[in-house]
Design a protein around this ligand. Structure first.
Ligand SMILES: Nc1ncnc2c1ncn2[C@@H]1O[C@H](COP(=O)(O)OP(=O)(O)O)[C@@H](O)[C@H]1O
Ligand SMILES: O=C(CO)[C@H](O)[C@H](O)COP(=O)(O)O
Length: 549
């Protein structure tokens, strides 16, 4: 009898449920539920009061709706019985947090708090806590906090401590009222199993937890705000459970709501990009996973904890148990190509693409593939949304050099793609400079399925082969693998994530191998790219920001 695991991927606009055959990794069904309230940026659902700038909230009911709608639908559509589901795992965008009461009910569900924005879920892209992040970074660098190095020298306004400090500053009463602040992944897992469990991935990358050293020291927290001193024993209390563990079993009540059997094993949650690593079949050092879409996350495993310039973080047990998991990133990739296509492509190109029944991307790819490496002397800096790794500077802007009166749109399109590949090579070099080896690349996300030229350019620029995940739902598949591991082999799952990935991950047959003559040409261009990086992005030269401001 076939056995299945369920993976649930909670994104920014919707949640997707995937049903995966445990033995083969075949996808037996998927179903997505759009969040009814989407991303709340202007006003709360019940109140017409303008929210403050850079606010991005969500409605927790939308997450429950995903589980209650899409799980029964996937079972019904596939004809798979709930008796054959061995386990369930969830992944979530992060850092996405909410305040709850003792019963784990979100404060925004209470009449008293429903009109208070801070009672709602703060989505990862809520950036209103930037002043708090600036304060934390300044104090941490002044007092030489060791932990800051694990986060590339700066923490983000998207993370747990800035978001909570913002609540203390804006609405202290709500801070006192909250029994706990939970990552949304942990809130759902805790509801499913009936007790509070925090996952080591979110705790480590976004909550400043370290397996050996614990959390940030109290003297530092007290300097941020006296109310923060004991925050980890109070509002952030709860066992931190390593990735790859079972969080517990579905309670009778929750199982009834989502149409599964009570006592179905539930995996501890994980962040979306991190779930994509085993989802793409990577469970050991040496292979870097690139989750490529609007932006790119670079994920890597190692046996060593090293301080790497500008990374988002390094966390022991953060991705695969037993390894240090590294996350780095480029703040814009697909978004740069989208900007070019939307804002700068002339009408004649649109008409030619339409006549050939191609999207503008496809048409430009077709034309640009015939160009030589280097796009006839064009060179770009991929900083249209700042630089995440290695410079950690959101204020930087993009650049294009080498234009002539003969420059064509497809040449610029190719140069922009090449610049993002150079950006990835710079990240690879940052890891190598810290003594961490990268032999091959595995790409997942939407982009690798949309543009073959882009993948070949990445192989040529990085001089490494690139494998591609077989579908775009790699994170959800990874979450399902963790569900299978929560079940264990006795219940028809697997005992380790390594075994689960070996059987359930699927890669495309086609591998992009570097072409030697292109590698050599790109080596020359890359040296010039680095000169631009050093000139405009490092040291005392501030010209890019001065012009921008
Ligand atoms: N053929 C293409 N070539 C290059 N980029 C593309 C192409 N088609 C879409 N894109 C870009 O891919 C991005 C979407 O990637 P996807 O992984 O689907 O989304 P997300 O990051 O939101 O999950 C957009 O920024 C879009 O500009
Ligand atoms: O911070 C992150 C990973 O650490 C992700 O960027 C965040 O979770 C949002 O991801 P997505 O745009 O794929 O939903």
């Amino acid at each position: 009898m076939k056995k299945y695991a369920i993976g649930v991927d909670f994104g920014t606009e919707s949640g997707r449920v995937v049903l995966v055959d445990v033995a083969t990794g075949e996808v037996a069904g998927t179903h997505s539920t759009q969040y009814k309230h989407g991303v709340i940026t202007e006003t709360l659902p019940h109140k017409q009061k303008k929210l403050k700038n850079s606010t991005a909230l969500q409605h927790p009911q939308d997450y429950l709706d995903v589980l209650e709608t899409s799980i029964p639908r996937v079972l019904e559509d596939s004809g798979v019985s709930k008796d054959d589901i061995v386990g369930i795992g969830i992944d979530f965008t992060s850092c996405t947090i909410l305040p709850v009461d003792e019963q784990l009910t979100p404060l925004c569900f209470q009449e008293k708090w429903k009109d208070e924005p801070h009672a709602w879920v703060k989505l990862w892209k809520h950036h209103a806590a930037q002043p708090e992040a600036d304060t934390i970074n300044q104090l941490a660098s002044e007092s030489n906090e060791e932990w800051l190095k694990r986060y590339g020298g700066k923490i983000s306004s998207e993370w747990m401590l800035p978001k909570i400090l913002e609540i203390i500053h804006d609405r202290e009463e709500l801070y006192h009222e909250a029994a706990l602040f939970l990552e949304a992944a942990d809130w759902l897992t805790s509801l499913m199993v009936g007790e509070v469990k925090r996952n080591s991935c979110s705790a480590g990358y976004k909550g400043m937890w370290h397996k050996q050293e614990g959390y940030v020291r109290k003297e530092f927290l007290k300097r941020l705000h006296p109310l923060m001193e004991n925050i980890y024993e109070t509002k952030l209390s709860g066992e931190v459970v390593p990735i790859g563990s079972k969080a517990g079993e579905l309670t009778e009540e929750f199982a009834a709501k989502i149409g599964l059997k009570p006592k179905t094993p539930v995996a501890i949650g994980i962040i979306d990009a991190h779930a994509a690593v085993p989802g793409a079949g990577v469970t050991a050092p040496g292979s870097m996973v690139m989750v490529m879409g609007t932006s790119t996350c670079h994920m890597l495993l190692s046996t060593k904890e090293e301080f790497v310039e500008g990374i988002s973080g390094v966390v022991e047990d953060g991705i695969i148990p037993g390894y240090y998991g590294y996350e780095a990133g480029q703040a814009a990739v697909g978004d740069i190509f989208a900007w070019f296509v939307k804002e700068l492509v002339p009408g004649y190109v649109e008409r030619e693409a339409e006549a050939k029944n191609l999207s503008i991307h496809q048409y430009l790819e077709q034309k640009a593939s015939t160009l030589p490496p280097g796009s006839k002397g064009l060179l770009a800096l991929d900083w249209h949304n700042g630089n995440r790794t290695p410079l950690v500077d959101a204020n930087l802007s993009g650049l294009l050099v080498g234009l002539t009166l003969n420059t064509k749109p497809e040449e610029i399109y190719r140069a922009l793609i090449e610049s993002t590949a150079f950006g990835t090579r710079l990240i690879i070099e940052s890891f190598e400079n810290a003594g961490i080896e990268i032999n091959e690349l595995v790409a997942c996300g939407g982009l690798p399925h949309q543009n073959e030229m882009l993948m070949q350019i990445y192989a040529d620029v990085t001089a490494r082969p690139i494998k591609i995940a077989s579908n775009k739902i790699t994170s959800a598949i990874g979450a399902a693998m963790f569900g299978a591991v929560a079940a264990g082999s006795k219940l028809g799952g697997y005992d380790t994530i390594e075994e689960a990935a070996a059987n359930m991950a699927k890669l495309k047959d086609k591998v992009f191998y570097p072409k030697q003559d292109h590698v050599e040409k790109y080596n020359l261009y890359y040296e010039e790219y680095k000169k631009l990086v050093n000139y405009f992005g490092r040291g005392t030269n501030n010209v890019m920001k001065k012009i921008k401001n």
